[in-house]
Unconditional design. Structure first.
Length: 386
């Protein structure tokens, strides 16, 4: 059975997880169209892969944006209501809320809202909006088991779990580490420890001391480790996803001493992630809120040991003591201790890396995750038709 599917992303950049899901569905014969919020690399990549893309800039909240947003909402509503789709699949919080309001009270098309994160639940207002509108979902898909448990507790109906998959064959442990290590003069006896994540400035009170992705924790852990080990260097890969650069500058100031002694480097956005991951020895994800984390999955595919926080989907991605280590969020001492164990034990790094690859191959391969997604589509549509 094939379906007409409208996949809606709330972004115009990034979104590798979105591309992988959309294109695999199309490869299987489903009629898939995509909505993105603006021109950019996401639209270009989808169109290159043969996907019909609608650019509808429905995001925005400032008064000067209201007229554009109102017109975009009308455009999106017409597409959803009259496009003869079997399924509307919404990703990211703002997209989900918009689609719920458009389809409220309508049985068709079926609305599948896939929750990619729960940062918004830290805001009383955003949480209240989510709770008030989630009854309009036909099915709510949580992108990790932790999120499924959260929404079950909140009273959402018809909650299912499905990970965002990826093309696991694109990352292999045999990739050459030399390009990255030579670029940064990382010696053969030196150990490279990296954090790969966007920087998310936010006004939410819960993330003022430590940001959503935990960059502050990584920097503080790096300072502890730099005092203990002379042959370890640290790399922060990624930049502000949005904002004016002030959050990045705050992080750079926090790491000023490490940067001045060449112990830590900020690399900004990189498009050669295979080279980056291949050249590093240990990967860390100290997020305060996270789904399964593409970076942790890709690192594991390349047999890199990982240290992450015990939050969200990271508990699915990392098996504590078997494929890596899990530590409490916002605890630089714990993070430093866990990384330090791996710095000192090359055999353990190899053991965790090999076990990690086996684990994520079975859980996050795009063919397996889309198998599950097709089952969710079928069950959802059958429920609507009955």
């Amino acid at each position: 059975m094939t379906y007409r599917i409208l996949q809606i992303s709330g972004t115009a950049t990034g979104g590798g997880w979105f591309v992988d899901q959309v294109t695999e569905l199309a490869r299987r014969g489903h009629q898939v169209e995509a909505v993105v919020t603006g021109d950019g690399p996401l639209k270009d990549r989808l169109e290159t892969l043969g996907i019909k893309v609608h650019v509808i800039p429905f995001r925005g909240y400032r008064p000067r944006e209201w007229w554009r947003v109102w017109r975009a909402h009308r455009h999106l509503a017409r597409l959803i209501r009259y496009g003869e789709f079997d399924v509307v699949h919404a990703h990211l919080y703002k997209t989900i809320i918009v689609c719920r309001t458009i389809l409220r009270g309508r049985a068709r098309p079926a609305l599948i809202s896939q929750v990619a994160g729960t940062v918004h639940l830290q805001s009383p207002l955003l949480s209240a909006i989510d709770r008030a509108t989630m009854r309009w979902d036909t099915t709510l898909v949580a992108s990790c088991t932790d999120f499924a448990e959260t929404y079950d507790h909140l009273g959402a109906r018809n909650v299912r779990t499905n990970f965002y998959g990826c093309h696991t064959d694109e990352f292999a442990p045999s990739d050459n580490p030399s390009p990255f290590r030579e670029e940064f003069s990382l010696g053969i006896s030196e150990i490279g420890v990296g954090m790969v994540a966007h920087m998310y400035p936010t006004t939410l009170r819960a993330f003022q001391a430590v940001g959503v992705k935990g960059h502050e924790t990584f920097i503080d852990a790096a300072a502890i480790l730099a005092e203990r080990y002379d042959d370890v260097r640290f790399f922060v890969v990624g930049d502000e996803f949005s904002g004016d650069g002030s959050y990045r500058r705050t992080l750079q100031k926090r790491a000023e001493k490490l940067v001045s002694t060449n112990r830590l480097q900020f690399l900004g956005h990189r498009t050669d992630m295979r080279n980056v991951l291949s050249g590093l020895d240990i990967l860390s994800n100290p997020s305060l809120s996270e789904s399964a984390s593409y970076t942790m999955i890709e690192a594991a595919l390349m047999e890199k040991p990982v240290v992450a926080t015990r939050v969200g989907g990271l508990k699915d991605t990392v098996l504590d003591g078997r494929t890596g280590r899990l530590v409490d969020p916002a605890d630089a001492s714990q993070l430093a201790e866990a990384i330090g164990v791996l710095i000192e034990d090359a055999n353990l790094r190899r053991e965790f890396g090999r076990a990690g690859r086996r684990h994520v191959l079975g859980l996050f391969d795009i063919h397996a995750t889309v198998d599950v997604l097709e089952e969710i589509y079928g069950d959802t549509i059958d429920g609507v038709r009955s």
